[in-house]
Design a protein. Structure first.
Length: 62
């Protein structure tokens, strides 16, 4: 009976370790994708702001 409890605890510990590693990897991957996407967005917005070209398709509201 003792070894069944110890074995169950070891299996549960390994399962939590694997689950933690997978969730940690996914969190880091999503974080880096968000950081890279933010940098690309800010770069594109900055380029558009300083490019000085007027878009002929743009509708003037005033």
């Amino acid at each position: 009976m003792f070894w069944k409890i110890v074995g169950g605890l070891i299996v549960a510990w390994v399962a939590f370790m694997v689950l933690g590693a997978v969730i940690g990897f996914v969190f880091k991957a999503v974080l880096w994708i968000a950081i890279i996407g933010g940098i690309v967005f800010l770069g594109a917005a900055g380029y558009r702001a300083i490019s000085g070209k007027k878009d002929p398709k743009q509708i003037n509201r005033y």
